[in-house]
Design a protein around this ligand. Structure first.
Ligand code: PAZ
Length: 310
């Protein structure tokens, strides 16, 4: 019998740039297989579900990409090579520090004899050069590969390809699945071709997205250290949902977070334990980010787990 996820891939056309992305993934992973580096796949940002093939409208999933982009920087800091799989226009490592008009606010314009010149305001030179150095180093040392998606189907195709490419690294691969992935979608063969007319209320029939964590853990990267995320708005069901996911998919850890306080608290749930990581209001005021503590925790857990595989 065909499973829901097999049916999804059989019926959903693959993205036109998938072959190119697979090439980049294979080159990056082959390099790190030789170097013996640990590699983490960080997924980040929300997926869209188009309502029309010629898309004017879509349903979007909430996520700015903060969790993923901050975590990616912290994994690099801990010497992991990072595959950053992100939603187009969501936050990216390093450039996230300069979004909106922040970069412009750090620059000065002077004009001498009608000739304009631009420089960094002295108080920001250290900050910019520090971030720029880390960014350039991560590219020059081939430690960061960024690949992007927008729609749910692009995400699911890319995720499978990334997982399959990571198999060669066996236990050295970590998956950090922070993207906010749609639970509902319209199958390609049921989607309107053109813009849905607005002369009467449309009837939109959404189907459940197949839970790909199951084949991911069992078939695509069975030896990897896999961490999924669980986002809820009702605290009373958060931990039971996280435990339910662990029971169902038997992966390594679930990071449970509430929409309302996700920047300051997460609970890391394992089969027989749960640990709360939180920031004090003073730490928050000082600009500390919880992702540093999450990544430190995971790096240690990955190390302990690798030791059990020797
Ligand atoms: O990207 P962001 O920092 O705004 O939000 C991060 C998050 C809440 C999307 C992430 O921590 C998360 O829980 N991702 C999984 C969401 C889900 O349960 O589908």
């Amino acid at each position: 019998m065909t499973t829901a996820w097999e049916e999804f891939y059989a019926k959903t056309p693959k993205p036109s740039n998938l072959d190119e992305n697979e090439k980049l993934l294979n080159q990056f992973i082959a390099f790190h297989a030789k170097e013996n580096t640990k590699v983490v796949l960080v997924t980040s940002g929300g997926t869209t579900v188009p309502l029309e093939h010629n898309t004017v409208r879509f349903v979007d999933n909430f996520s700015a990409g903060s969790r993923g982009s901050i975590s990616a920087e912290n994994f690099l800091q801990r010497h992991y090579a990072v595959i950053f799989m992100y939603r187009v226009k969501s936050l990216e490592p390093f450039s996230r520090h300069f979004v909106g008009s922040r970069l412009l606010d750090m620059l000065e314009l002077t004009t001498t004899n009608d000739t304009p010149s631009v420089s960094v305001t002295p108080q920001y030179v250290n900050k910019i050069s520090d971030i720029l150095k880390k960014y350039k180093d991560s590219l020059n040392q081939n430690m960061l590969l960024s690949i992007s998606f927008t729609t749910l189907s692009e995400y699911l195709w890319l995720l499978r390809s990334a997982c399959q490419a990571l198999t060669v690294l066996e236990n050295r691969a970590m998956l950090y699945l922070a993207a906010a992935v749609s639970d509902f979608y319209i199958p390609s063969n049921e989607m309107a071709t053109h813009k849905i007319p607005s002369d009467e209320p449309p009837s939109v029939h959404l189907k459940l997205v197949p839970k790909v964590l199951e084949p991911l853990v069992k078939l695509w990267v069975p030896k990897a250290f896999v961490i999924s995320f669980k986002l809820e708005t009702d605290e009373s069901i958060l931990i039971s949902k996280a435990r339910g996911a662990l029971r169902k998919y038997s992966h390594s850890l679930v990071i449970a977070n509430m929409l309302q306080n996700r920047r300051e608290q997460v609970v890391i749930v394992s089969k027989d334990n749960q640990e709360t990581l939180s920031l004090t209001s003073k730490q928050l005021q000082n600009g500390e980010e919880i992702e540093k503590y999450i990544v430190d925790y995971l790096v240690e857990k990955h190390k302990d787990w690798l030791d059990t595989k020797l």
